[in-house]
Design a protein around this ligand. Structure first.
Ligand code: NAD
Length: 321
């Protein structure tokens, strides 16, 4: 690769980050990609053959020298590195704060010193927390309910402050429930889609906390990558956080039904008690997103689940040899 935009991706060995790297490698306007990841929850395995195409720096965003080198000369920084789990943050709030809030500050400092590349960072719908309004709009007051949500609120607020104080071009994006290929199951903090697909492929029942009527605005990772790639090439800036979801509302029971269809056999559902801190309904108001990205072509749920199931089937087959 030569010429073109230089992009640094933190958390590029994770689920969303590794998908984004694949997208950016296919984008003609992008010339050089640097990835920073400490592989605490991600793995270079997720990058597959793409690993050879990028400048991979193994280390933490908390390392100021490493970040200085990784961001020098960049046109854009996509900051995805984080400890991305509510229950993990409840267990160890300081670790989440360091990685997510202080880590973001470190990325912004590196960007400021590097002359001000565009900084796009992942925030989360969890910042809305106990905010009762539906759908969730960016002007609704965030009422975070977990240390993770607070760390994400701090992160997006730091982006706004760096824009106000130093004129740094920024774009904080509130991801909702992102799903897709390369999102792993088999660990304590697995998200619902990979956990359920993995359970079904291994003949286990899936667990629904509560009655299953709770709803989620499920967003395919390809939609997220499309938006971020457009933001980099079109230099889209917003000091104000932007919801990255399309305003869809899928109940867990509906998700189980569609997944059963895609898998070719109904899921075996077991209900357990509701999980403390769980948000009942989560749905984005996508107006601001559609305003900034009028050409976004979201992947619909069934198609996204088909791609996800295909990835899990492939992985399961390889594990079984
Ligand atoms: P992930 O765990 O797969 O990816 C996070 C990556 O960051 C991992 O590769 C991990 O090793 C790396 N990392 C963690 N701490 C680091 C540090 N201190 N320095 C360098 N690298 C570090 O998670 P993901 O689902 O791909 O999430 C990506 C981002 O999107 C995170 O910021 C997360 O909070 C946010 N987000 C995700 C979702 C979702 O549904 N997946 C929803 C809302 C927000």
């Amino acid at each position: 690769m030569s010429g073109g935009l230089r992009v640094t991706v933190t958390g590029g060995a994770g689920f969303i980050g590794s998908n984004l790297v694949s997208w950016l490698l296919r984008e003609a306007a992008v010339g050089r990609i640097t990835v920073v990841d400490d592989c605490s929850t991600g793995s270079t395995d997720l990058l597959g053959g793409d690993l050879a195409e990028v400048d991979f720096r193994c280390g933490s965003v908390l390392d100021a020298d490493l970040m200085g080198r990784a961001v020098a000369g960049a046109d854009a920084v996509v900051h995805l590195a984080a400890l991305p789990s509510v229950p993990r943050s409840v267990k160890d709030p300081l670790a989440s704060h360091h990685a997510n809030a202080t880590g973001t500050l470190q990325v912004l400092e590196a960007a400021r010193r590097a002359g001000g590349p565009l900084v796009i960072a992942a925030s989360s719908s969890s910042v809305y927390g106990a905010q009762p309004n539906l759908p969730k709009a960016e002007y609704d007051r965030p009422i975070p309910l977990s240390p993770y949500a607070v760390s994400k609120l701090a992160a997006e607020a730091y982006l706004g402050a760096y824009h106000a104080c130093y004129g740094l071009p920024v774009l904080p994006l509130r991801f909702f429930n992102v799903y897709g290929p390369r999102q792993r199951a088999g660990h304590a903090y697995a998200a619902v889609v990979p956990a359920w697909i993995d359970a079904a492929l291994h003949g286990r029942a899936v667990t629904v906390h509560g009655d299953g009527a709770q709803t989620r605005d499920l967003t395919c990772v390809d939609t997220v990558c499309q938006v971020i790639t457009t933001a980099i090439t079109g230099k889209v800036v917003s000091p104000w956080p932007v919801n990255l979801a399309l305003g869809t509302r899928t109940s867990l029971l509906d998700l189980a039904r569609v997944l059963g269809d895609v898998l070719g056999a109904p899921l075996r559902v077991e209900h357990t008690g509701p999980r403390p801190g769980d948000v009942t309904h989560s749905q984005a108001d996508p107006s601001l997103l559609l305003n900034l990205f009028p050409d976004v072509r979201p992947v619909v749920l069934r198609e996204g689940l088909e791609r996800t199931v295909a990835w899990h089937r492939d992985r399961t087959a390889r594990e079984r040899g």
